[in-house]
Ligand binder design. Structure first.
Ligand code: NI
Length: 186
Protein backbone atom coordinates (compact mmCIF):
# COMPACT_ATOMS: atom_id res chain seq x y z
CA UNK A 1 0.00 0.00 0.00
CA UNK A 2 1.11 3.54 -0.59
CA UNK A 3 -0.04 7.05 0.12
CA UNK A 4 -0.65 8.85 -3.16
CA UNK A 5 -0.45 12.54 -3.88
CA UNK A 6 -3.81 14.31 -3.66
CA UNK A 7 -4.25 16.84 -6.45
CA UNK A 8 -5.69 20.21 -5.47
CA UNK A 9 -7.71 23.04 -7.02
CA UNK A 10 -6.88 24.62 -9.52
CA UNK A 11 -5.36 21.42 -11.01
CA UNK A 12 -7.24 21.09 -14.35
CA UNK A 13 -7.56 17.30 -13.89
CA UNK A 14 -10.16 17.97 -11.18
CA UNK A 15 -12.45 19.22 -13.98
CA UNK A 16 -12.29 15.95 -15.94
CA UNK A 17 -15.34 13.74 -16.28
CA UNK A 18 -14.17 10.33 -15.05
CA UNK A 19 -14.53 7.20 -17.19
CA UNK A 20 -16.45 4.08 -16.13
CA UNK A 21 -14.45 1.18 -14.75
CA UNK A 22 -14.66 -1.41 -17.55
CA UNK A 23 -15.61 -5.07 -16.90
CA UNK A 24 -12.03 -6.23 -17.60
CA UNK A 25 -10.68 -3.72 -15.08
CA UNK A 26 -12.16 -5.49 -12.04
CA UNK A 27 -8.79 -7.01 -11.17
CA UNK A 28 -5.96 -6.85 -8.63
CA UNK A 29 -4.81 -3.45 -9.92
CA UNK A 30 -8.22 -2.02 -9.04
CA UNK A 31 -8.03 -3.56 -5.54
CA UNK A 32 -4.54 -2.07 -5.07
CA UNK A 33 -5.75 1.33 -6.19
CA UNK A 34 -8.61 1.14 -3.66
CA UNK A 35 -6.18 0.15 -0.86
CA UNK A 36 -4.00 3.15 -1.75
CA UNK A 37 -7.05 5.42 -1.84
CA UNK A 38 -8.07 4.33 1.68
CA UNK A 39 -4.54 4.77 2.99
CA UNK A 40 -4.33 8.22 1.38
CA UNK A 41 -7.75 9.24 2.72
CA UNK A 42 -7.07 8.08 6.30
CA UNK A 43 -3.66 9.77 6.33
CA UNK A 44 -5.00 13.10 5.05
CA UNK A 45 -7.28 12.70 7.13
CA UNK A 46 -10.60 12.67 5.30
CA UNK A 47 -13.91 10.80 5.09
CA UNK A 48 -14.20 10.40 1.31
CA UNK A 49 -12.00 10.31 -1.76
CA UNK A 50 -12.70 10.04 -5.48
CA UNK A 51 -10.12 8.37 -7.75
CA UNK A 52 -9.62 11.59 -9.73
CA UNK A 53 -8.29 13.20 -6.52
CA UNK A 54 -5.29 10.87 -6.86
CA UNK A 55 -5.19 11.69 -10.59
CA UNK A 56 -6.99 8.53 -11.78
CA UNK A 57 -10.01 9.54 -13.92
CA UNK A 58 -12.10 6.44 -13.10
CA UNK A 59 -15.62 6.28 -11.67
CA UNK A 60 -14.54 5.01 -8.27
CA UNK A 61 -15.08 6.35 -4.73
CA UNK A 62 -14.08 5.34 -1.24
CA UNK A 63 -15.89 6.58 1.88
CA UNK A 64 -15.45 5.98 5.60
CA UNK A 65 -17.40 8.40 7.76
CA UNK A 66 -15.42 7.27 10.84
CA UNK A 67 -18.26 8.16 13.20
CA UNK A 68 -18.08 7.72 16.97
CA UNK A 69 -19.29 4.27 18.08
CA UNK A 70 -21.81 5.09 20.81
CA UNK A 71 -22.38 1.40 21.63
CA UNK A 72 -18.73 0.68 22.36
CA UNK A 73 -16.83 1.06 25.62
CA UNK A 74 -15.48 4.66 25.85
CA UNK A 75 -11.71 5.08 25.61
CA UNK A 76 -9.54 7.51 27.55
CA UNK A 77 -7.36 9.96 25.62
CA UNK A 78 -3.97 11.19 26.85
CA UNK A 79 -5.66 13.95 28.89
CA UNK A 80 -7.79 11.36 30.67
CA UNK A 81 -11.00 12.43 28.91
CA UNK A 82 -13.36 9.64 27.91
CA UNK A 83 -14.87 9.53 24.45
CA UNK A 84 -16.38 6.86 22.23
CA UNK A 85 -13.98 5.04 19.89
CA UNK A 86 -14.21 5.62 16.14
CA UNK A 87 -16.15 3.03 14.19
CA UNK A 88 -14.53 2.25 10.83
CA UNK A 89 -16.91 1.49 7.98
CA UNK A 90 -14.84 1.45 4.77
CA UNK A 91 -17.09 1.60 1.71
CA UNK A 92 -16.15 1.23 -1.96
CA UNK A 93 -18.41 2.40 -4.79
CA UNK A 94 -17.47 1.50 -8.37
CA UNK A 95 -19.43 3.11 -11.23
CA UNK A 96 -21.94 4.67 -8.82
CA UNK A 97 -25.16 6.25 -10.07
CA UNK A 98 -27.23 8.31 -7.66
CA UNK A 99 -30.85 9.36 -7.81
CA UNK A 100 -32.19 11.94 -5.34
CA UNK A 101 -35.20 10.54 -3.51
CA UNK A 102 -36.70 13.60 -1.94
CA UNK A 103 -37.35 17.31 -2.41
CA UNK A 104 -36.12 17.75 1.14
CA UNK A 105 -32.67 19.29 1.34
CA UNK A 106 -30.11 19.06 4.08
CA UNK A 107 -27.19 21.36 4.75
CA UNK A 108 -23.80 20.22 5.93
CA UNK A 109 -20.57 22.12 6.24
CA UNK A 110 -18.36 20.51 3.63
CA UNK A 111 -14.66 20.36 3.11
CA UNK A 112 -12.55 18.60 0.50
CA UNK A 113 -9.04 17.15 0.45
CA UNK A 114 -8.52 18.96 -2.87
CA UNK A 115 -9.39 22.29 -1.22
CA UNK A 116 -7.45 22.14 2.05
CA UNK A 117 -8.71 24.32 4.92
CA UNK A 118 -11.73 25.57 2.94
CA UNK A 119 -15.18 24.88 4.43
CA UNK A 120 -18.67 26.00 3.43
CA UNK A 121 -22.30 25.01 3.92
CA UNK A 122 -23.76 23.18 0.91
CA UNK A 123 -27.43 22.22 0.38
CA UNK A 124 -28.07 18.81 -1.14
CA UNK A 125 -31.01 16.38 -1.35
CA UNK A 126 -31.38 14.77 2.09
CA UNK A 127 -31.56 11.22 0.78
CA UNK A 128 -30.67 9.36 -2.39
CA UNK A 129 -30.59 5.92 -3.97
CA UNK A 130 -27.17 4.71 -5.11
CA UNK A 131 -26.60 1.90 -7.58
CA UNK A 132 -22.99 0.75 -7.75
CA UNK A 133 -20.65 -2.18 -8.25
CA UNK A 134 -18.33 -3.69 -5.66
CA UNK A 135 -14.71 -4.70 -6.32
CA UNK A 136 -15.86 -8.05 -7.71
CA UNK A 137 -18.15 -6.32 -10.20
CA UNK A 138 -21.38 -7.30 -8.41
CA UNK A 139 -24.20 -4.75 -8.56
CA UNK A 140 -25.87 -3.28 -5.48
CA UNK A 141 -28.58 -0.77 -4.74
CA UNK A 142 -28.76 1.14 -1.48
CA UNK A 143 -30.78 3.90 0.13
CA UNK A 144 -28.63 6.56 1.78
CA UNK A 145 -29.54 9.31 4.23
CA UNK A 146 -27.84 11.83 6.52
CA UNK A 147 -24.12 12.37 6.32
CA UNK A 148 -23.67 9.37 4.00
CA UNK A 149 -26.11 10.86 1.44
CA UNK A 150 -24.26 14.17 1.52
CA UNK A 151 -20.84 12.55 1.35
CA UNK A 152 -21.63 10.37 -1.66
CA UNK A 153 -23.14 13.32 -3.53
CA UNK A 154 -19.99 15.35 -2.83
CA UNK A 155 -17.78 12.48 -4.10
CA UNK A 156 -20.03 11.85 -7.13
CA UNK A 157 -19.55 15.49 -8.10
CA UNK A 158 -15.81 14.82 -8.43
CA UNK A 159 -16.58 12.21 -11.10
CA UNK A 160 -18.27 14.97 -13.11
CA UNK A 161 -15.43 17.45 -12.62
CA UNK A 162 -17.30 19.43 -9.95
CA UNK A 163 -16.00 20.51 -6.54
CA UNK A 164 -18.19 21.63 -3.65
CA UNK A 165 -17.46 25.34 -4.02
CA UNK A 166 -19.04 25.13 -7.50
CA UNK A 167 -22.38 24.92 -5.63
CA UNK A 168 -21.82 28.33 -4.02
CA UNK A 169 -22.59 31.76 -5.44
CA UNK A 170 -19.88 33.22 -7.67
CA UNK A 171 -19.10 35.79 -4.98
CA UNK A 172 -18.68 33.17 -2.26
CA UNK A 173 -16.70 30.86 -4.55
CA UNK A 174 -14.28 33.65 -5.44
CA UNK A 175 -13.87 34.41 -1.75
CA UNK A 176 -12.99 30.76 -1.11
CA UNK A 177 -10.50 30.67 -3.99
CA UNK A 178 -8.88 33.86 -2.72
CA UNK A 179 -8.59 32.33 0.76
CA UNK A 180 -7.02 29.21 -0.78
CA UNK A 181 -4.41 31.30 -2.64
CA UNK A 182 -3.64 33.20 0.58
CA UNK A 183 -3.22 29.96 2.55
CA UNK A 184 -0.85 28.63 -0.11
CA UNK A 185 1.20 31.80 -0.14
CA UNK A 186 1.55 31.75 3.65
NI1 NI B 1 -13.97 16.41 -2.27
Amino acid sequence: MAIREIIEVPDPRLKLVSEPVKPEEFNDDLKLLVEDMFETMYAAPGIGLAAIQVAIPKRLLVIDLQEPDMDAEPIKDEDGNEHPPIKNDPRVFVNPVITPETEEMSTFQEGCLSLPEIYADVDRPASCMVEYQDLDGNSHKEHLTGMMATCIQHEMDHLEGIVFIDHLSRLKRNMMLKKLRKLRAA
